[in-house]
Design a binder for this molecule. Structure first.
Ligand code: TXA
Ligand code: MG
Length: 328
């Protein structure tokens, strides 16, 4: 499908009027951009093939890469997928919130096969952001939504960033301010019945393991998050990771107190707080891009807690750009 890149894009405040307009657009089978507690999403009616196709088109997303289906809660989710005990426990603990569960479609699942890229599983998530919940309630259908960036680029964590990504490609952006978590949801799938982490995200591995015990190592690639393999979350600038010095001409993405300096410096968290760093990550990479940084030296980030997700995104952002075959 080709998309007309000339739609007028409006930013509406996330109030009753804006929500009503977003619902009108969603009901007419068109996508809208909306905030969640993780990042902004580009969503459409998950039951409508044509509407879902417009989401893929608007972000130039390869059709083999499935979307997350947003629901109000567990009751809604099990109308579409086969529950299992561990998934029910996780949903009970972390929903609504930044956790996505990949589960088998149930036999009567009406979700568009395009949304799940023809797989026999569906990724479901109940977001906690009040605006997302209001939108789901008012529209009355599940919303299939990837992050609201063009394929392969940084996820937007503000309405302005979403506008920058999708201007001319979507009619409405609902403005809910800055996203609280700033990094995408953690994705858990099941391999031979055992829970595995398909994508580290806004809920740390440790928090999940505290509830269900150790996650299994992934043994096969049968279950995978297809968007997880290659260069991704890419800013225009090059990234040099685990930098212990700043080379001439480099900008610095710092973490914690440091004596390192550069012409342009952004600090993810002066106090070394990983939650603050996650919330700042994509916004700061965008800012460094806007300033025209060519190479960004990135200080080491501890690999514990939310650091696992931050380091995952940084590695993808730093990956060679010709590895572009697999992106969300
Ligand atoms: O926080 C988030 O998860 C945000 C907000 C908008 O909810 N969404 C998001 O969507 O990050 P996206 O499309 O950028 O990333 C979804 C990831 C992709 O890596 C995709 O391959 C994987 O989820 N995924 C979706 N359905 C899947 C399935 N059935 N099996 C395995 N992986 C799946
Ligand atoms: Mg994405």
């Amino acid at each position: 499908m080709t998309i007309e890149i000339s739609i007028k894009t409006k930013i509406a405040p996330g109030e009753a009027g804006g929500i009503a307009e977003a619902v009108r657009i969603l009901r007419s089978g068109e996508p809208v951009v909306f905030p969640t507690e993780t990042v902004y999403g580009l969503g459409a009616n998950a039951l409508d093939d044509q509407a879902v196709a417009k989401v893929f088109a608007a972000k130039d997303r390869p059709r083999f890469n499935p979307l997350i289906v947003h629901v109000r809660g567990w009751e809604d989710a099990i109308a579409y997928v086969e529950p299992n005990h561990v998934a029910a426990v996780l949903a009970g603990k972390f929903w609504p919130g930044p956790l996505t569960l990949v589960l088998n479609r149930n036999p009567h699942c009406p979700i568009s096969p395009l949304a799940s890229a023809g797989l026999d599983t569906v990724a479901v998530r109940a977001p906690s952001h009040p605006l997302t919940q209001a939108l789901l309630k008012a529209s009355g259908f599940p919303i299939a939504a990837p992050s609201a960036n063009r394929s392969g680029r940084l996820s937007p964590t503000s309405a302005e960033a979403a506008f920058h990504e999708l201007k001319g490609r979507v009619g409405l952006i609902l403005d809910g301010g800055m996203c609280q978590a700033g990094i995408e949801s953690t994705i858990i799938g099941f391999e031979n019945g055992a829970p595995v982490m398909l994508r580290p995200g806004a809920i740390a591995r440790e928090e999940i393991e505290a509830v269900i015990g150790p996650l299994e190592e992934r043994h096969s690639r049968i279950v995978s998050a297809p968007g997880m393999l290659a260069s991704h979350y890419a800013p225009a600038a090059r990234l040099r990771l685990n930098a212990s010095e700043v080379l001439p001409g480099e900008a610095l993405l710092a973490f914690g107190e440091t004596t390192l300096n550069a012409g342009v410096v952004c600090n993810l968290s002066l106090s070394g707080d990983l939650q603050e760093a996650a919330a700042n990550l994509f916004g700061m990479l965008r800012r460094l891009d806007d300033i025209g940084a060519v190479t960004i030296a990135v200080m080491p980030i501890p690999d514990t807690g939310l650091g696992e997700a931050i380091n995952d995104r940084l590695r993808r952002a730093a990956a060679p750009r010709d590895a572009h075959h697999d992106r969300t």
